[in-house]
Structure formats: structure tokens, C-alpha cells
Design a binder for this molecule. Structure first.
Ligand code: 3HC
Ligand code: NAI
Length: 697
């Protein structure tokens, strides 16, 4: 018997308990413990039924992801679950928290399942570049049918206990104590003389339906939606085996496909994304027991695009929030904007009318700073202008109570200067949300020179409470994300002047996996924003740092992107779908001539190198300057804030995968051919020469 799995007998019921914090993952010790406990229960003549239950916050949340990529240790999970299912005594899985991946597979191998009402179950392996590898693709279709199984396995999305009950994934729901519920169910089984009900032996849900057509439709859907992803296609093939092959061969086919996924580079990248997202919340040098201030109420200054979205984040988390605007009408407009945005969710069916009213009741509009005297945290989101920010922070310093945290959502201004407008710079921090703030997961938490430790710890904690991925960053122009995207956007534009079209540049980037092309993204945020930053930079840049001129030309012609219906692309009224802008070719020709560039054919590979390597080189500089604390934090920022494909692991992980020597050599060539912007980052040069990776730092 092991420490993490225990067996005890309560009357005629064997109780097997897993206790492997934090999430009862199925590492080798748990697999061994489960195997030996089920064997012992099987061998004990006094035992008539078996209950499997877990300690802590959750049922088994899956295989131990840390073991992937390491040499396998027997027994493997498939062997363990097959043995459980083959048992001759009825077994019951008692689910609470989340039964995910291998956890649900263990539950499906038990003969019966009950779930606490607030539990969730699912097979999220696809999100890690895998497929359920311990019978999930064969057993789930036998319980819920092929259509629902495809849905669950290919999306990876969990379902609620209520839905699981309706679908027959669990036999009944309970509230309250786990063991009591499990014992009650098991004793009932014994009393009714019900024996094992093996999922693998069931075929009723597989019959009488054109399963082949369901599989074909899912293949077509994935081919359209996610052609570059490796594991969804294999998930579908594995489910196909559930109705085309007998169980044993189906399990073998699943194993084969699982092995293909396990060794794929996408699996490595997605597991990197999983762990580094969690690592990013840990701030180097910040003691674990740093006190955190209590944030019960919040204020937001400025009810524009960002301010309203930020206020909604607080309301969504159940925290009352006041929006301060400059006039009654601006305040009313802000409130209306919040109502309209929630209204769209109601229309889409993702929010109920009652929830809308409940959330709106948490948001109030004010115009007087005295109304913010009692709030615990204020986030400023007024115009990006130092003079305006100065007035706001001086007012906050005067009116907010001692101990209130004063945050700025500035996207590029110097946070240290902003902090200096107050007499309490230790209480000032940057909370850089991304647009739309109520949707985007990323939050850059900007640590100023004087930001105190407890303010930083509180800012990170509030990020989590708002369900954001909070990443600490240092002060510089654009922080991490925008500083890098400037390099990326500039190169995308240069490529236009060298001969590419927006469709080509964006097409290559989308094929690489970016959620959106660089130029479509510029059209979305508005060309005036990038231009303002560029014009500011023009004042300080020396002549060797040339800038492209396409944006200037488009802006001069009144084409500012989606908001004017034209930019790099054309947008028909009411549509966000980019179409070719007929006026663009002439503008590109003029820009090319002005730069003295002969337009030429550019390959997709070249486009990727120019844009993604620009991100990597700047990322290396950011890392060296200590603006980001780890290379993987940069990856987290890019995946969660800029649509970088998680299956490429983020720009720094991608660089490691390509090989830093290769990336460095290419950047040197660009430096020689294209000039000053491409000066290789010293850190990149050093690591490349030493044969090391960003991950080694
Ligand atoms: N293996 C190893 N560690 C895991 C883990 C897993 N499956 N799941 C979570 N952890 C770790 C996290 O890394 C984190 O560690 P840290 O404290 O050192 O940073 C800790 O557990 C807590 O995790 P979260 O911060 O994510 O805690 P939450 O309470 O927010 O969420 C959860 C809990 C919903 C279980 C979430 O962790 C999760 O979604 N985990 C992954 C579930 C999953 O993908 N399971 C399938 C695995 S693949 C598989 O089972 C293959 C099989 O088919 C053969
Ligand atoms: P916006 O122009 O939509 O909204 C600004 C609002 O602030 C307006 O409603 C205005 O009436 C109000 N305001 C101006 N001065 C004020 C004052 N003294 N007191 C109270 N309210 C005042 O601007 P947006 O886009 O919301 O940006 C706000 C801040 O967020 C800026 O610092 C910007 O750099 C930053 N940001 C913007 C992002 C974006 O994508 N729009 C993304 C991340 C940060």
C-alpha cells in the first residue's frame, strides 16, 4: 500500500482513497497504489463493493503532466483502468471538483459513478496536444454516443455534473459529504445484488446511428477550424475506432495514436504553455507570505473603451466598482456602454437577463473624487496623456484613503513618473489590461521602482480573482507585449513595401498559427494608435532607424482601419471581414519607390522569419534588461494577449525549438541587409554561441 492511496474496509465496502495534492494527479505512486488497492479489495472475500474517493479539492484531475516526455514507468494507466473495469465486484467512483482526463478515464472504468452537484467532468487532453490515452476515446462513446463524445474529446471542454447526469456519465448526483454518499450508493448496490456494469462491454449507444457520417462531419469542421493542429485529428480517429473495432483493438488503436501525439512537438509546446502560465504568477524575490491587502471595492477613472471593460471585470468577479467620469453625460454614456456590452452577451445566450442586472447593480457611475474616498483599489484609464494622468493621480492622492492601491492602465507611459505625482509611490502599480478588457485574459502587472511588495502581491492576487493571467513586468516603453509588437508590426509593414500584399503577410502568419494577421490586427486597433507611437519615436530615433511609411499614407488618406471602413483592408459597412483594399496597390507602389525598394516575391517562410524573429530579438533584450523575469513569461504574454499559437509554445519557446544558433545567424544576416533595427540582442548572441537555450536561463 502506498502513502498516496489507502484502502480500508467499512463493513462490506472497500474504500480506496487517493490523497496526492494538489490535484490527485495519476503519477506512478498513485497508479501503483490504485492497482494494488483494487487487487487487495478483489482478493478480500469480505468485500462486496468498492468505493473510490479522493481527498482535497478535487477528484483525480488527470495524468501527471510532469511525467510526459520522461521514460514510462509501469504500470501504465491503461493497464490500471483495464484491471479496474475487469474487477468482479461493483465499483463506484465518487466525483467532486474536477474529474479530468485520466481522472475521468479511471471513473469510466469503475462500474458506477456518482458526482457532487458542483463537480465537472471532461477529457481536456486535446488542449495539451494529446488524446485521452487510457480508454477515454473508447469508453466515453459507449456511454454518451459518438456525437457527444466527439464534441467533448475534440473540444476538451468539461461538462457540469448536471449535464453528466443527464447524459448518463454519472448515475446520480449528491450534495454534502463524499464518503457518506459513496457508502450509501455502494450499500444500495449490495442490497439490490447489482454486480459490475462494465463500460467497455456496452454497445447500445453505438448502434443505430450513422457514426461514420458524424466522424466525417467533425473531420471537415476541424480541417476548416484548426488545420494546423495535430491532436484533434487523432482524437477523431481514435473515437472512430470505438465503433469500427472491438474494444481491445480499439484500445490498441488509441494507444498508437496517443503515442503519436505524445512525441509531437505540439504536445511539448502545449504542456510548456500549461505550466508556464502557472509559473508566471510566481514573482521572483517576493516572499510567499507577503501580506495581501483586502480588495472589497474598486474604482475606475475614465469610462471609455478600457475603463468600462475593466469595471465589468470587477463586476463579473462580484466586486462593487465605481466609474468616475468628467461629466454627467460621460458618466451616463459609460454606464450605457456597460449595459450594451452585457446586452450582447445576453443576445448570444452566454448571460441571463437576471445575471446582467446583478452585474450592472455592482457598477455605479460618479463624477466626484470624494465618492472614491472608501475604495480599496483605483484603476486609472483616462486618455494616454501625461498631463491628464498627473491631474488624476494628484486628485487620487488627495481623496483616496491611506492604504488604497492606485493603479494605472497606461499602455506606454512611464509608471515611475506617474507614481511620483503622489506622495505614496509605494502604493502605485501598473495594471495593464488588454482590449476588450472584459474578454482578454492577459494582465501585465507593472512593477514600478517604488511599488511595495504587498501592493505587487495584491495586484497579482486581484488578477487571479478577475480570472486573468497576471504576469509581472518592469517599466519601459510598451512594457513587454507592446514593446515587442512594435517590432513585429514594423516588419510586417516593411514587407508590404518590399513586395508583399497584406493578404500574403497575414496569410503566412495565420498559417503559422497566429489568431489574426499583423495587419488585420492593426486595422482592428486603429492605425492612428500605431502612428501616434511612431511619431513619438520619430522625435528621438537616429537616421539609421528607418521607418515604413505605408501607415502614414493610409492615415493621410483618412484610412484608419476598421473604424473608417478602410485601412490595410476594406471593410463593408457593418462587417469586420477584411477584403482587399483597391486603393492599396498604388499606395504600396508609392511607398516602395520612396524607400528605393524594388518590389519582389516574398516566401511565407521569409515573412515568418522577418516578423517572428523580430519578436524574438526584442524579447531577448527585454529579458536581459530584467523587464520580464523569465523567457516563459514572455511566452505567456504572447499566447494570452496577442493570439500567438499555444501549440508553438510562445516566441521564446519557438526560438529554442528552431535553435538559437539558427535564429541568431538569420538575425545577423538581417542586420547586415536591413540595418540597425536588427542588431542582435547580446543575450541571444551569447546563448547561441554557448549552444544554450532561453529555457536554460
Ligand atoms: N499534472 C501535474 N500537475 C498538475 C496537473 C496535472 N494533471 N494539474 C494541475 N497540476 C498542478 C499545477 O501545475 C499547479 O501546480 P503549482 O501549484 O506548482 O503551480 C497545481 O497543480 C494547481 O493547479 P492550478 O493552479 O491549475 O489549480 P486550479 O485549482 O486553478 O485548477 C485544475 C485545477 C482544473 C485541475 C487545473 O489544474 C487543470 O485543468 N489541470 C489539468 C487537467 C488536465 O489537463 N488533465 C488531463 C491530463 S492528460 C491525461 O490525463 C492523459 C490521459 O488521458 C492518459
Ligand atoms: P478612451 O478615449 O476610450 O477613454 C478615455 C476616457 O477617459 C474617456 O471616456 C474620457 O471621458 C475619460 N477621461 C478623460 N480625462 C478624464 C479625467 N480627467 N477624469 C475622468 N475621466 C476622464 O481611451 P481608452 O482606449 O479606454 O484608453 C484609456 C487608457 O487605457 C489609456 O491610457 C490607454 O493607453 C490605455 N489602454 C488602451 C488600450 C486600448 O486598446 N484602447 C489597451 C490597453 C491600455
Amino acid at each position: 500500500m502506498s502513502d498516496v492511496v489507502t484502502l480500508e474496509r467499512q463493513g462490506a465496502v472497500a474504500v480506496i482513497t487517493v490523497n496526492n495534492p494538489p490535484v490527485n494527479a495519476l503519477g506512478i505512486a498513485v497508479r501503483l497504489g490504485l492497482q494494488s488497492s483494487f487487487q487487495a479489495a478483489e482478493a478480500d472475500p469480505e468485500v462486496k463493493a468498492i468505493v473510490l474517493v479522493c481527498e482535497g479539492n478535487t477528484f483525480i484531475a488527470g495524468a501527471d503532466i510532469k511525467e510526459f516526455g520522461k521514460p514510462p514507468q509501469a504500470p501504465g494507466l491503461p493497464e490500471v483502468v483495464n484491471d479496474i473495469e475487469a474487477g468482479s465486484k461493483p465499483s463506484v467512483a465518487v466525483i467532486h471538483g474536477t474529474a479530468l482526463g485520466g481522472g475521468l478515464e479511471v471513473a469510466l472504468s469503475c462500474h458506477y459513478r456518482i458526482a457532487r452537484k458542483d463537480a465537472k467532468v471532461g477529457l481536456p487532453e486535446v488542449k495539451l496536444g494529446l488524446l485521452p490515452g487510457a480508454g477515454g476515446t473508447q469508453r466515453l462513446p459507449r456511454v454518451v454516443g459518438v456525437e457527444k463524445a466527439l464534441d467533448m474529446i475534440v473540444s476538451g471542454a468539461p461538462i457540469s455534473a448536471t449535464e453528466a447526469n443527464e447524459l448518463g456519465v454519472v448515475d446520480s448526483l449528491f450534495e454534502g459529504e463524499l464518503l457518506a454518499a459513496g457508502l450509501k450508493f455502494a450499500e444500495q448496490l449490495i442490497a439490490e445484488g447489482r454486480g459490475p456494469r462494465r463500460t467497455g462491454e456496452r454497445i447500445d449507444k453505438l448502434e443505430g446511428i450513422d457514426n461514420a457520417a458524424l466522424v466525417a462531419a467533425k473531420r471537415a469542421e476541424i480541417e476548416k477550424k484548426a488545420p494546423g493542429l495535430f491532436s484533434p485529428k487523432r482524437c477523431i480517429s481514435a473515437v472512430e475506432a470505438s465503433f469500427t473495432l472491438p474494444l481491445e483493438q480499439g484500445l490498441e488503436r488509441e494507444r498508437e495514436l496517443f503515442g503519436e501525439c505524445l512525441t509531437s512537438p505540439q504536445r511539448a509546446a502545449l504542456v510548456h504553455a500549461f505550466f508556464t502560465e502557472r509559473l508566471a504568477s510566481k514573482v521572483d524575490g517576493l516572499a510567499k507570505d507577503t501580506p495581501v491587502r483586502d480588495i472589497k471595492t474598486a474604482g475606475v477613472i475614465g469610462g471609455g473603451t478600457m475603463g468600462v471593460g475593466i469595471a465589468m471585470c470587477f463586476a463579473n468577479a462580484g466586486i462593487p466598482v465605481k466609474i468616475l467620469e468628467i461629466s454627467d453625460s460621460a458618466r451616463d454614456q459609460a454606464m450605457q456602454r456597460a449595459r450594451d456590452t452585457y446586452g450582447m452577451s445576453v443576445k448570444r445566450g452566454s448571460l441571463t437577463e437576471a445575471a446582467l442586472e446583478k452585474r450592472l447593480a455592482l457598477i455605479s457611475g460618479v463624477t466626484d473624487y470624494a465618492d472614491l474616498a472608501d475604495v480599496d483599489l483605483v484603476i486609472e484609464a483616462v486618455f494616454e496623456d501625461m498631463g491628464v494622468k498627473q491631474k488624476v493621480f494628484e486628485a487620487l492622492d488627495t481623496h483616496c484613503k491611506p492604504g488604497a492601491i492606485l493603479a494605472s492602465n497606461t499602455s506606454s507611459l512611464d509608471l515611475n513618473q506617474i507614481a511620483a505625482f503622489t506622495k505614496r509611490p509605494g502604493d502605485v502599480v501598473g495594471l495593464h489590461f488588454f482590449s476588450p478588457a472584459n474578454v482578454m485574459r492577459l494582465l501585465e502587472v507593472v512593477r514600478g521602482e517604488k511599488t511595495s511588495d504587498d501592493v505587487l502581491a495584491t495586484a497579482m492576487a486581484i488578477g487571479k480573482k478577475l480570472k486573468k493571467v497576471a504576469v509581472p513586468v518592469g517599466v519601459c516603453d510598451g512594457f513587454v507585449g507592446n514593446r515587442m509588437v512594435f517590432q513585429y508590426g514594423r516588419e510586417a509593414e516593411f514587407l508590404l513595401e518590399e513586395g508583399a500584399t497584406p493578404e500574403q503577410v497575414d496569410g503566412a502568419l495565420r498559417k503559422f498559427g497566429m489568431a489574426m494577421g499583423a495587419l488585420a490586427m492593426r486595422d482592428l486597433s486603429g492605425l492612428d494608435i500605431g502612428l501616434a507611437i511612431r511619431n513619438r519615436q520619430r522625435e528621438t530615433l537616429t537616421a539609421e532607424f528607418k521607418l515604413p511609411t505605408v501607415t502614414d499614407k493610409l492615415a493621410a488618406a483618412g484610412m484608419l482601419g476598421q473604424k473608417t471602413g478602410k485601412g490595410f483592408y476594406l471593410y463593408e459597412k457593418g462587417s469586420r471581414t477584411p477584403q482587399p483594399n483597391p486603393e492599396l496597390p498604388a499606395i504600396l507602389d508609392a511607398a516602395s519607390k520612396e524607400q528605393g525598394t524594388e518590389r519582389r516575391e516574398l516566401s511565407d517562410e521569409y515573412i515568418i522569419e522577418r516578423t517572428i524573429y523580430a519578436l524574438i530579438n526584442e524579447g531577448a533584450k527585454i529579458l536581459e534588461e530584467g523587464i520580464a523575469q523569465r523567457a516563459s513569461d514572455i511566452d505567456v504574454i504572447y499566447i494570452n494577449g496577442y493570439g500567438f499559437p499555444a501549440y508553438q509554445g510562445g516566441p521564446m519557446f519557438y526560438a529554442d525549438a528552431v535553435g538559437l544558433d539558427t535564429v541568431y545567424a538569420r538575425i545577423r544576416e538581417f542586420h547586415e541587409q536591413l540595418g540597425a533595427w536588427w542588431k542582435p540582442a547580446p543575450l541571444l548572441e551569447k546563448l547561441a554561441k554557448e549552444g544554450r537555450k532561453f529555457a536554460d536561463l
